[in-house]
Design a protein around this ligand. Sequence first.
Ligand code: ZN
Ligand code: ZN
Length: 182
Amino acid sequence: MLAKDETRTAASAEIKVIPAWAWALAGIAFVGAQVAFDLFIGREPNGPPPWARPLLGLLVGLVVGCYLLLIGYINRDARRRGMSPVLWTIVAIIIPNALGIILYFVLRQALQTACPRCGHVMHPRFTFCPQCSYKLTPICPQCQRSVGVNDVYCPHCGNSLRSQAAPVSSPPTRTITEEAQE
Ligand SMILES: [Zn+2]
Ligand SMILES: [Zn+2]
C-alpha cells in the first residue's frame, strides 16, 4: 500500500513538472483532432466511415496530446537535471517516431540538488558541497567516505558505525524545481 502511494505521489509530482503551455497545446491538439476528423477528413470520398470518425479523432487527439505533454515535460525536466532544455526540446521534436523522447529518457541525468546551506546546485551523489563543504550525506568517522543511513558497518573500511556517534544524517535537500517555485 505504502509503495503504491509513494508511486502515486511521485507520478503526480512529475505531472506537475509539465508546463501550462504544454497542457494548452495538448488541449488544442485534442480538440483540433476531433474537429478535423468530423469536419474535413470524414467528409472526403475516400475518408473513414462515419462510425470511425469519433474513434479516430479521439485516438489521434490522445497520441498528439501526449506527445506535446512529453515535449513540455522534457523542456522542464532537462533544466532541473543540468541538461540543456533548448537542445533536448529540439531533439524531442525533430527526431521522428518519438525516438527523440525515448533518447532523452535513456540519457537523462540524475536530478540535481541544492546545498541547504549555500544553495549551490550540484550532483545529488556528492558527499560535500563543493562551494561551502557542507556535509550532505552520512560519512564514516574513520575513513570519511559516504555510508548509507541504515548501515551498521562502514562498507569501505568495516568500521562499526553503531559504537560511534550516529553518522551525521543527510539534511533534506531541495530539488531545483521546488526552489524555482518559491
Ligand atoms: Zn554549500
Ligand atoms: Zn569507513
